[in-house]
Design a protein around this ligand. Sequence first.
Ligand code: SF4
Length: 335
Amino acid sequence: MSSQQHSSASRGPTAADRAREPVSSVHVDAILTGRATTVAAFTVAALSFVVAAFGLRPHDAHRASSPGHPDYAAGSLVESYLGRPITPVAELKEWRYSDWMGWHAAGDGTLFVGINCEQGRVRDYADGGPQWRAFLRACVTEVGADFILSPTQSIVVTNVAPDHRATVERLMAEHRILPIEAVDPLTRLSMACPALPLCGLAVTEAERLMPTMITRVRAVMDHLGLLDEEVMMRMTGCPNGCGRPYMAELGFVGDGKASYQLYVGGSPVLTRVGFEYKERCKTKTIEHSLEPLFAMWRDERLDESEAFGDFAARVGQPALAAFAADYVCTSAVAK
Ligand code: SF4
């Protein structure tokens, strides 16, 4: 039984439940043209609004545009925003997540290298940390490189001639920039919004806390024998979700001073929105909230290839909560 089915049975689907369901399909050609992107974004907003306001059943959205359908008024409102008929949901083809980290051929005779920039903060850290600003400046002056800022808060150094690869690698070492092979997969997959002190809407930490949280999550996973596992984590300082936590396998959404809602059930390839597992999880004792989830995943996953997010989506929130209720946490709480 899915989480949506559970919630439907107990209290009826909420707007959040419905917002997780596919509503319509947008062809890739529409996304690749600037004007269509605006239209698509506006459409998503309009659909979300209508789903929340009218309770339109999303999988009926295209049928609701027919006169006589009980949701016709809402469906035609959406179509008036969109300017064309609502497209039925299409089956999603197999998807692959690629962040383009490490060295690759660009296809035009040059190379590029993707470098993880933890939580996207470009600065020259004191106390032996990475010297990002100096490194990027040196890449420009010494090898004439260009840069792409990735949508997952990392940096791709482009336009590197093959005989300049050794120079870039030397600059990385000199400026304490880690090659991707030396980065913990939890860090590589993680993102966090700026939150405190940079965002006026933040209710708690995100970017500044995430490195510590990754260390604590890794410690819990090691404690449970999940030594080589990867989990995509994202954290935001408020429910606005600028770091896209709702799609992660494990999302931390700030809901109070030093406390978070935990979202689980997102897909490791980012094709599914997760659900709220628990709210008001205190940072101070976060191990108590996390260990039952990982322990249940370790013990009850279909096989070792079932990712944490896929497992959580399969068993649903009530099963996770029931397991956690009887679970005795043995992880040390970080000081
Ligand atoms: S998620 Fe909230 S705290 Fe984070 S950047 Fe967005 S508005 Fe600010």
